[in-house]
Design a protein around this ligand. Sequence first.
Ligand SMILES: [Mg+2]
Length: 333
Amino acid sequence: MAIAGHERNILHLDMDAFFAAVEQHDNPRLKGKPVIVCGDPEGRGVVSTASYEARPFGVKAGMPVAQAKRLCPQGVFIKGDIQKYIKLSLQIIDILKTFTPLVEPYSIDESFLDVTGCEGLFGPPVGIAKLIKAEIRRKFDLTCSIGVAPNKLLAKMASDFQKPDGLVVIRQEDVPEKIWPLPVRALMGVGEKTEKVLHGLGIKTIGDLARYPVEPLEYRLGVVGKALHAMAWGIDNSPVRPSGLPIKSMSNEYTLPEDTTNQEILKAHIMRLSCEVGRRLRKNGYVGRTVNIKLRYHDFITITRSESLRDFTDSDKAICEKAWELFLRNWQK
Ligand SMILES: [Mg+2]
């Protein structure tokens, strides 16, 4: 728990329906219409972002385009322009950095800011959040939602409370009233698997988790159990880590059931692994630029090679082509 005098003021900013809002801004005829941004409107891709007009039809990010078309036949389906969104995302980060150097880009449309000690210059945290919202609206005519809290965990939950165009403050003492009634799934880090384990213990809400004794949680889920229990109490001491862009990696690997030198078989596996990575990137709204391959031979000699692409991408094709090129250049047969 924070010690008096050491309380932090953390903001979490989340752009509202970012890709769709950018498209509506660039083409005013799309304003007020259900706009659905996706990888390929004619293909088998998934939805990247649905505008708020499309959401009442049940269209959601990560949904197959074909399903979105069934739910919302009148939707305007647009192929996303990731380079454009990245450029804008970097401009938004520049605005945030005028308030504090402690800006941590979390995804293409989300950032954490530590504004502790910035009161003298810009006023209290809520005032700073209002200034940021006004500046983003003035410069780009876009809205965002901001959560204000003593840590990243609560700030992120707060920004989700009142979308779009929200501004929500959660203090440590608000946790029982505002956080505990939410389903455990709403807690960062609780995926389908963990949710199942928790449900099995009779834990449905974050409040149930907070009141559950920590030892059996640790027994069932290891360190994760202990961490989740602390999170249910709204405790999170992780710092805001400033950086240029979020550095993360996503990978998939596969051990062949038997050794092979058949190039066609190897190519099929590389394609499949690349598509798997691409799908996860798109599902989570990430793009990447560096492709790494790892090859392990029958004698366990392992090599890794990497090379960067010219542009950021979440395309299966771009990942696969680069991975295959790296493979051919380095494969010792
Ligand atoms: Mg967003």
